[in-house]
Design a protein around this ligand. Structure first.
Ligand SMILES: CC(=O)N[C@H]1[C@@H](OP(=O)(O)OP(=O)(O)OC[C@H]2O[C@@H](n3ccc(=O)[nH]c3=O)[C@H](O)[C@@H]2O)O[C@H](CO)[C@@H](O)[C@@H]1O
Ligand SMILES: C=C(OP(=O)(O)O)C(=O)O
Length: 428
C-alpha cells in the first residue's frame, strides 16, 4: 500500500497550481445524466473519486472520453460525457459504497428516467450522514420512495417530477445538489429555501444554466428553478478547489515562506483566509491567485468554528488544527457540521501535539516543536492535516493509507516538492 514519506523543516517557496474542485467536478459529471447531448467539462482533477464516478456513470450508460488523463502536466483533464440513453437506473452497492457523492445520481435519474434504485452511500466516516433530507425533498417533488435491502428505490409520478417548495431544515450541500438537478426537468417551478450556497453549488447551477436550465438566485439561500422539457449539451470549466487552496495556504503558514496559489479565488474561502490573517499570516489577492507569506514571527492562536458557506469550512478544520498545534497560545476549534470529525486528533498527538476534545470543541495548546512520526488517517482532510504537521515537524514522518489523500488531492507530493518540501510517495 502506498505511503507518503516526508522530512519536515523546509520553508515553502514558489507557485502551486490549484486544481479543479473535487466537490464541484463530481456533481458536474453527474449532471451529464440530465441530457442526451455531450457535456464537456474542463479542468477536471485527476482523483480517485473522479475515476470511481466514471465507473458509476458508465454503468448508467454514459460514454466518457478523457483528454489528458495521463498528461505530465498539472493542468486539468478535459472530459466529455454523453448519456445518449440511460441504460440502467440502478447504482449498485459495490460502486456507490466508497463515495458519498455517487448517491447524488438519484436526482438526475429520477428526473430523466423517472426511476432510480440507488444504494445508500458511503464516503468519509465523519458522522452518521443520513439521507433523510434528500428523501424528504424528492417526496415534495412527487417521488415515491422506499428503502429495500439497503437501496433507495424511487419512482417519479406519472408524467415526471413536479415542481414544489422545499424548505431544508438544515443546510445540506448534497441534498441541494440533488434537488437542484432534479428540479431542472420537473414540471413547473421549484423553490429551494435554506439551500446550500457553497461555491460548488453555484458552479453546478451555472453549468445547468448553460445546459438550458432556468435557475435564479444562484449564490443565495433561495434557488428558484423553472422546469424545462429537456436540457442540452454545454462546455464548462470546473471552479478552482477552495479546500485545496486553503490546505496549501495552511501548509505555507505552517512552514513559513512565500507561496502563490495559482487560480485560487479568495472570495471562495474568505472566512478561512481572515482566520489565517488573524493568526499572523500575510494573505494577498493577486491577478493570478492568492499569495500566502509568513515572516519570521510565529503563528498566533486563534479560534475557529465550522459553518456552512460563507463560514469557515468543515473541510479545512483538520488542516487548521494542524496549524494551531504549533501556535503561540491556546486555540479553540468548534466543529458544528459533523459529529465525528476529530479522528485526526489522536494522530496529531503522535507528533507531540497537545489537543483535548470535549464534545464539539477541541482545545489546542501550541507546542514549540512537533516531532516526525508514523501516522495514518481514516478520512481525506484528516490525512492531509498529517502532511501539514509533518512539513513542520523535526525529522521523518510517514503517512500510511494514503488512498484517502488520492480521493481528493491531485499530485500532492509533486505540488509540495515543487515548492521545496522534502516529500515523496513510497509505493508498495
Ligand atoms: C462531495 C461533497 O461535496 N462533500 C461535501 C458535502 O458533503 P455532504 O453533502 O455529505 O454534506 P451536507 O452538507 O449534506 O451535510 C451537512 C450536515 O447535514 C446532515 N444531513 C445531510 C443530509 C441529510 O439528508 N441529512 C442530514 O442530517 C449531515 O449529516 C451533516 O451533519 O458538504 C460537506 C459540508 O460542507 C463537506 O464536508 C463535504 O466535503
Ligand atoms: C467529506 C468529504 O468528502 P465526501 O463527502 O465525499 O465524503 C470531503 O471532501 O472532505
Amino acid at each position: 500500500m502506498d505511503r507518503i514519506r516526508l522530512v519536515g523543516g523546509n520553508e515553502l517557496r514558489g507557485e502551486i497550481p490549484i486544481s479543479g474542485a473535487k466537490n464541484a467536478a463530481l456533481p458536474l459529471m453527474i449532471a451529464s445524466l440530465l441530457t442526451k447531448d455531450p457535456l464537456v467539462l474542463e479542468n477536471v482533477p485527476r482523483l480517485a473519486d473522479v475515476n470511481q464516478l466514471e465507473k458509476i456513470l458508465e454503468n448508467h450508460g454514459v460514454d466518457i472520453a478523457v483528454h489528458g488523463r495521463k498528461a505530465p502536466t498539472l493542468e486539468g483533464q478535459r472530459m466529455t460525457l454523453q448519456a445518449a440513453e440511460i441504460v440502467d437506473t440502478t447504482a449498485p452497492y459495490e460502486l456507490v459504497s466508497t463515495m458519498r457523492a455517487s448517491f447524488w445520481v438519484i436526482g438526475p435519474l429520477l428526473a430523466r428516467a423517472h426511476e432510480a434504485r440507488v444504494s445508500l452511500p458511503g464516503g468519509c466516516a465523519i458522522g452518521t450522514r443520513p439521507v433523510d433530507l434528500f428523501l424528504a425533498g424528492l417526496k415534495e417533488l412527487g417521488a415515491e420512495l422506499e428503502i429495500d435491502e439497503g437501496y433507495v428505490v424511487a419512482r417519479a409520478p406519472k408524467g415526471g417530477l413536479r415542481g414544489a417548495r422545499v424548505v431544508f431544515p438544515k443546510v445540506t450541500v448534497g441534498a441541494t445538489h440533488v434537488l437542484l438537478m432534479a428540479a431542472t426537468l420537473a414540471k413547473g417551478t421549484t423553490v429551494l429555501e435554506n439551500a446550500a450556497m457553497e461555491p460548488e453549488i453555484s458552479d453546478v447551477a451555472e453549468c445547468l444554466v448553460k445546459m438550458g436550465a432556468k435557475i435564479s438566485g444562484i449564490g443565495t439561500r433561495t434557488l428558484t428553478i423553472e422546469g424545462v422539457d429537456e436540457l442540452h449539451g454545454a462546455t464548462h470549466a470546473v471552479v478552482a478547489d477552495r479546500i485545496e487552496t486553503g490546505t496549501y495556504a495552511m501548509a505555507a503558514a505552517m512552514t513559513g515562506g512565500d507561496v502563490l496559489l495559482r487560480h485560487a479565488r479568495a472570495e471562495h474561502l474568505q472566512a478561512a483566509l481572515d482566520t489565517l490573517g488573524q493568526a499572523g499570516v500575510d494573505i494577498s489577492s493577486e491577478a493570478t491567485g492568492i499569495r500566502v507569506r509568513r515572516n519570521g514571527n510565529g503563528i498566533q492562536a486563534v479560534h475557529a468554528e465550522t459553518q456552512p458557506f460563507p463560514g469557515f469550512p468543515t473541510d479545512l478544520q483538520a488542516q487548521f488544527m494542524a496549524l494551531m498545534t504549533m501556535a503561540n497560545g491556546t486555540s479553540q476549534i468548534r466543529e458544528t457540521i459533523f459529529e465525528n470529525r476529530y479522528m485526526h486528533v489522536a494522530e496529531l498527538a503522535r507528533f507531540g501535539a497537545d489537543i483535548k476534545v470535549d464534545g464539539q470543541v477541541a482545545t489546542v495548546t501550541g507546542v514549540p516543536q512537533l516531532k516526525g512520526a508514523q501516522v495514518m488517517a481514516t478520512d481525506l482532510r484528516a490525512s492531509v492535516s498529517l502532511v501539514i504537521a509533518g512539513l513542520a515537524a523535526r525529522g521523518e514522518t510517514v503517512v500510511n493509507r494514503i488512498y484517502h489523500l488520492d480521493r481528493g488531492f491531485e499530485r500532492l507530493e509533486d505540488k509540495l516538492s515543487a515548492v521545496g518540501a522534502e516529500i515523496e510517495r513510497v509505493t508498495g
